[in-house]
Design a protein around this ligand. Structure first.
Ligand SMILES: Nc1ncnc2c1ncn2[C@@H]1O[C@H](COP(=O)(O)OP(=O)(O)OP(=O)(O)O)[C@@H](O)[C@H]1O
Length: 252
């Protein structure tokens, strides 16, 4: 019997920071080409989960795999498949936008000649074509975000791990972002997106997981989550999210 290959697997993850348990047995499996929205209140454990998947943190227990490659023990191999947009980026203030993209490509062993066309394309669609010689330190928050997303797309990932990727982006850029994620999904690229922007998640994600106190308390398509909490047509993901988190709070 052939075993199913998951693009992203987090199994029974626990993570403590001193006395704080950020993850308490989180299990999540995502298939190739899915666009998976990870939702949860502040402090629920979304960033911790993404950092473990991106190889920046080791879990206290459990494991994370990218296409079957365990991140902790085969980090370099796993991360070759990943494009990562961090929540609080440490960007190189003294590099220009183009230098930064060249640097990211070089880190991944990609020849600039191979990817410069893609870089130009992303800067163009995000309205940054005229800013390629600007220093990263001179960009607005939303512009930095667009460069980071471009860098993650540029490295030809099979899996995109994105922590609040559209924070600070204007509506037009958010639209471009969604179109691009959909286009990449149609080519088999998987996206895991942590977000508080429930309306965007509702329109973009093929599946959604809700994390609360370090555990996944609900998972399904947007329609499944909505119908779990309301039979009323026209209800929103926001309503479903609030009810599901509330039932998590009361232990339901
Ligand atoms: N470096 C750290 N040291 C100590 N505690 C931490 C650290 N990073 C995260 N935590 C704690 O771990 C828990 C989960 O945090 P995490 O950042 O993963 O949540 P989140 O769901 O991403 O939150 P947000 O929506 O606010 O970004 C929180 O209680 C947080 O205070």
């Amino acid at each position: 019997m052939s075993q199913q290959v998951y693009a992203v697997e987090a199994v029974d993850l626990y993570k403590s920071y001193g006395d704080t348990w950020a993850l308490n047995g989180l299990t999540m499996r995502i298939g190739p080409g899915e666009i998976y929205g990870l939702l949860g209140p502040n402090g629920a454990g979304k960033t911790t989960t993404l950092k473990i998947l991106a190889g920046l943190l080791k879990p206290s227990r459990g494991y994370a795999r990218i296409y079957g490659v365990e991140v902790s023990s085969r980090r370099v191999e796993a991360l070759r498949l990943v494009g990562y947009v961090p929540e609080n980026p440490v960007v190189f203030q003294n590099l220009t936008v183009e230098e930064f993209l060249r640097f990211v490509a070089a880190l991944r062993g990609l020849d600039w000649r191979e990817v410069s066309g893609d870089a130009e394309y992303y800067l163009e669609v995000f309205g940054l074509a005229g800013r390629k010689d600007s220093f990263m330190g001179e960009l607005s928050r939303g512009m930095v975000q667009k460069v980071l997303v471009s860098a993650a797309f540029l490295v030809r990932p099979k899996v995109l791990l994105m922590d609040e990727p559209t924070a600070g982006m204007d509506p037009e850029s958010q639209h471009v972002f969604k179109e691009e994620v959909r286009r990449l999904s149609s080519k088999g690229v998987t996206s895991l997106i942590s977000s508080h922007q429930l309306d965007s998640v509702e329109r973009l994600c093929t599946r959604v997981g809700i994390i609360y106190k370090g555990r996944l308390i609900a998972e399904g398509t947007v329609e499944e989550l909505k119908s779990r909490v309301s039979e009323k047509p026209g209800s929103t993901l926001e309503e479903a999210f609030l009810k599901i988190v509330k039932s998590g709070e009361s232990g339901g």
